[in-house]
Ligand binder design. Structure first.
Ligand code: 5GP
Length: 207
């Protein structure tokens, strides 16, 4: 049963929801066995960041060359810069039996869904979605205009959720981290996965 292929885990969600913070929290935990796929980007390096740790920092020309060579599982333009997931690391690491974790924006996640329908897609949602209802039916303290803009925002976020398997509300970082870890643990216990493993074992035993 060794060398079973790893899972591809995709954490995504709206801009500003705290994907990076939750991802860092997960990887600070020594019990985390997933491998983080370091993305490539053309954005400038921020203070405290390191090339090859936070991102592989590339020029626009280098990035576009890699696009031509089909070196990305997905890539997207976000606030004027490219961000992409290098294909080689992800494939090799999954083939070695490790779970690979991507933390990417929603356009990229859509592309991964097409290429890896078996991947695990987790949507990180803002806590505002959770307390939206409460606020909407609350004591009428919010102006109509404010309520309207909240509804519009919430609608966009709910529509984005469409392609995901799970939704985790980021109300508290530690809780969000635990929920994500539980989802991944449960995914490993899916009947389809276990059954496939045993079928393979039986086939091999027959040889
Ligand atoms: P930042 O510039 O703040 O590090 O990241 C900006 C956005 O890019 C975040 O939403 C982050 O999740 C996303 N991002 C990081 N790496 C990738 C990637 O490889 N592909 C895509 N599509 N988005 C990414």
């Amino acid at each position: 049963m060794d060398n079973e292929k790893g899972l591809l885990i995709v954490l995504s969600g709206p801009s500003g929801v705290g994907k990076g913070t939750v991802r860092k929290k997960i990887f600070e935990d020594p019990s985390t066995s997933y491998k983080y796929s370091i993305s490539m980007t053309t954005r400038n390096m921020r203070e405290g960041e390191e090339d090859g740790v936070d991102y592989f920092f590339k020029t626009k020309a280098e990035f576009e060359e890699l696009i031509k060579q089909d070196q990305f599982i997905e890539y997207a333009e976000y606030v004027g810069n490219y961000y992409g997931t290098p294909v080689e690391y992800v494939k090799n690491t999954m083939d070695d039996g490790y779970d690979v974790f991507l933390e990417i924006e929603v356009e990229g996640a859509k592309q991964v869904r097409k290429k890896f329908p078996d991947a695990l897609f987790i949507f990180l949602a803002p806590p505002s979605l959770d307390d939206l209802r409460e606020r909407l039916v609350g004591r009428g303290t919010e102006s109509d205009e404010k309520i309207q803009s909240r509804v519009t925002e919430a609608r966009k976020e709910v529509e984005m959720m469409n392609l995901y398997d799970y939704v985790v509300v980021n109300d508290e970082i530690d809780l969000a981290k635990q929920r994500i870890q539980s989802i991944v643990d449960a995914e490993h216990l899916k009947r389809e996965r276990i059954e496939a493993k045993y079928r393979k074992m039986i086939l091999e035993a027959k040889k």
